[in-house]
Each structure stands twice: as C-alpha cells, then as structure tokens.
Design a protein around this ligand. Structure first.
Ligand code: PLP
Length: 428
C-alpha cells in the first residue's frame, strides 16, 4: 500500500510554519528532571501569582485538590500539544474506543497522533486553515454546523453540499457530486478536484442524524477512490443513546486519511474548553505548529483539572459518567418526542434522533421559517433556531427549525411546543 502524500493537502500558509524555538524549550522543560536548572524560556515566576490552593468537589466521588505545587504548574505555560498525562490518557481512550488501524503505523505512514485543543472548534478552524486555499472546493453535509460554515466561508472556498437524510450524508449523493471529476485528477496539482470532506457522523448539528456503519464504510471507500481527507467532527459521539456505538471513521482508517475532532464540551464542561484532534502525525504536527504561534496551548489549569479527574476515574469511571449523561439526554429526548406528538403532529415533520441534543423539524405549509422564528416566536416567548443558518446558501428559503432538548425542563419543552403550534396555526 502506498503512503499518503500529505504534502498534497497542506496549503502554502501551513507549509511555511516553522517550529518556535521558545515553545520547543517549553516542551523540553515539561519533560525534564526536577534537578534541571533552567535559565531558558521566558516563564514568569509562579510564586508571584496570587492563587495558592484549590479544592474541587466532584459529584458522586472524591475531591480533587490543587496543592501549592500543582497550582503553580496549573497557572504556568505548558507544551502546545497538551500536558503529557492528558495526551497519553486520551490516546489510550482513542485506542480503546476506536482501535485505529494507524495506531501502529510509522509516522510517514500516517501514525495516529493526538493533541489537545481549545474545544473541538479550535481544532476544526485550524484544520480548515491548514487544508483549504482560496478557490478550493470543500465537500460537506447540507445542512451543517453553523460554526463550521463560519470557519470555512472567509477562506474563499466553494462549498459543495451532500444531501442528507436521517442517517446523515447519502453516499450516492457524494458519488454523484464527485462524478464531475475523474479520480486520477487527484494526482494532478492543477486540478480543482476536492480534497476535503467534512462530516458530523453522530447526532448531527442541526439534524440530529447519525450515520450507520454501512454508510461510513461506503463513504470511506469513495474517499479512497478520490483521495479525500475526511474530517470527522464528532462532539456528540459520547451522546449516542443506543449501544453498541457505530464504528467511527477513525476506526476504519487504514490509509491515515481521517482527522477526528472530539470534545468534552457536552460531557464534562464546555467552559473549560477541552477538545482533541486525532489523526495522522504529519498533519497533527502542522496543527501543533499553528497552536504554538496562536493560543500557545489549551489552558494548563483546565487540562490538569480534567487529567486529575480522568486519572481518578480511570476509563471505566469515565465511561460510567458518560452513561449517566446519556441517560439524562435520552429522557430529555423522550420528553421532546412526547410533546412534539402532543402539539405538533399535523404541523411539523421530524425524525427522532438517536444521539445528540437536537430535533430538526420541517414546518408544513411554511416555506421559510426565518420570519416566524426570528420575530413572531420571540413575541410568543419561544426560542428556536431558524434552519437557514445551517444552510450552505443562507439566501435560500428554509422550512426547518432546530429545537434543542438539552437545557429546558420537560414542562418547558411542552409549553414551548404548545406556543410553537399556536404560532404555526396562525401563520398558515
Ligand atoms: N462541532 C459541532 C458539530 C458542534 O455542534 C460544536 C458545538 O456545538 C462544536 C463542533 C464545537 O464544540 P466545542 O468547541 O465546544 O468542542
């Protein structure tokens, strides 16, 4: 099997990134012995920081204490790829959950690597900035996550939408879209053949759709045929309600063509900003170079807090926590389903999501939800997101709305849908 030619995917800006000598020293210090005398680097003296100790009470478990030494470390700069104990814990988890074929490859073959990011959003935006040049064509599901559109649109690329249904992207639609190019064009640097496919495989935002294993396999084969990189944005992976969980693209990745973003935002905290990028080492390395000169690293404080919790829990404790979170969201989903049946049955079409936090609802007899949701719904005191914001072309009318069952109580959901039903009846 030929190795992937990663330089084909990296744009000129990313290719020009160089190691920061100061950041290399920081990495070195992170790994050096306690007897090392460092006159290098520009680290401030943490003795001058005002925070001394902290104690975090953990629901249902022992507490985490930041003594003086841990606190000093938590308040200090750290390596750009993430603190070693969090990186290694996560690598083990990825191996356990996804068993990536690339785990034992050599770096040139696209060996699996991982870095910590400020939520998955940082990983996504940096991945796009590494891969996309003005004029490129990027393939993605339509509709898709508004934060991805916001990252991609300023890069001057064309967005080509893949049709979706309740199981996510439809492989035939991807094949049809790509049929205007010949697979051999992937070897021709002057061709405008797409190089990147972005997908949300579970509990899609906004559709709630989850891709089946068969579809993933079909899409992976199409990606091989056209030499596409797959960006697997999976923040709702841990909110899959049915077990066994579908295999990820990472778990199918025999070539080293998958860049996977994970997030702790939906299960541990969104404000701590902890996400992960997993993928072939040559590409993860490029992202770390970008981190070096932008955010420098994800908050050391957040990373240590999360790493301490994960080490205390172990993998089984972590997965038991995930199960508790799933139970909560599953009940919320059921509450939304019951209320939708009660109030919206003849007014709206929807599919019941098997993961994530969203119902994607098509308003019958209302070709464009925008005005209804942005103005009239506000007056009636019910907030939803008009579907338009998730469309590749936001000027096209959209009959859909996104309803989240994450925060509201079942009573509030019920009242919200009652208000929405009244609104729709007034408008058709
Ligand atoms: N990707 C998708 C599909 C999302 O829905 C979100 C957040 O809602 C993100 C990425 C970013 O999440 P975070 O940066 O908090 O990990």
């Amino acid at each position: 099997m030929d190795n992937m030619n990663y330089s084909r995917f990296i744009n000129a800006v990313s290719a020009a990134r160089k190691l920061s000598p100061i950041r290399v020293l920081t990495e070195l210090l992170q790994r050096s012995s306690p007897t090392m005398i460092s006159l290098a680097g520009g680290m401030p003296n943490p003795d001058m920081f005002p925070f001394e100790c902290a104690n975090f009470t953990i629901k249902g478990g022992p507490s985490i204490t930041f003594g003086q030494e841990t606190m000093k470390r938590a308040l200090q700069y750290s390596g750009s790829a993430g603190i070693p104990e969090l990186v290694s814990w996560m690598k083990d988890l990825q191996k356990h959950l996804h068993n990536p074929p690339t785990a034992n490859y050599s770096p040139e073959q696209g060996q699996m690597d991982l870095c910590v990011t400020n939520g998955s959003q940082e990983a996504l935006s940096k991945v796009f900035e590494m891969l996309v040049s003005p004029g490129d064509t990027v393939l993605l599901e339509c509709p898709t996550y508004a934060g991805t559109l916001a990252s991609l649109q300023p890069l001057g690329c064309k967005l080509l939408g893949i049709t979706t249904d309740q199981h996510g992207a439809i492989p035939q639609s991807l094949s049809d879209t790509l049929s205007r190019w010949k697979p051999e064009e992937a070897k021709d640097p002057s061709s405008d053949i797409p190089k990147v496919l972005y997908t949300i495989p579970n509990g899609g935002n906004p559709t709630g759709a989850s891709m089946t294993a068969e579809r993933k396999m079909e899409i992976y084969q199409i990606a091989r045929k056209y030499d596409l990189l797959i960006i697997e944005d999976d923040p709702y992976f841990f909110l899959q309600f049915e077990k066994p969980w579908a295999p990820s693209f990472l778990s199918l990745d025999v070539d080293g063509r998958v860049l996977r973003t994970d997030s702790f935002s939906k299960i541990l905290s969104s404000g701590l900003r902890i996400g992960f990028l997993t993928g072939p080492k040559p590409l993860v390395n490029r992202i770390v170079l970008h981190i070096q000169c932008s955010t420098m690293h994800t908050s050391t404080f957040s990373q240590i807090l999360v790493a301490e919790l994960l080490h205390q829990w172990g993998q089984s404790g972590f997965l038991a926590h995930v199960d508790r979170v799933i139970e909560f969201y599953k009940k919320q989903r059921e509450a939304m389903q019951t209320s939708a049946e009660r109030w919206l049955k003849d007014l709206v079409e929807w599919n019941v999501p098997s993961a994530g936090m969203f119902f994607w609802m098509k308003l019958k007899g209302i070709p464009d939800s925008h005005q209804l949701i942005s103005e009239k719904a506000l007056e009636k005191e019910v907030l939803l997101v008009p579907g338009q914001v998730f469309m590749l072309d936001s000027s096209v009318p959209c009959a859909y709305v996104r309803a989240a069952y994450s925060i509201s109580t079942p009573e509030q959901i019920d009242q919200g849908f009652q208000r929405l039903a009244a609104l729709i009846k007034e408008s058709i």
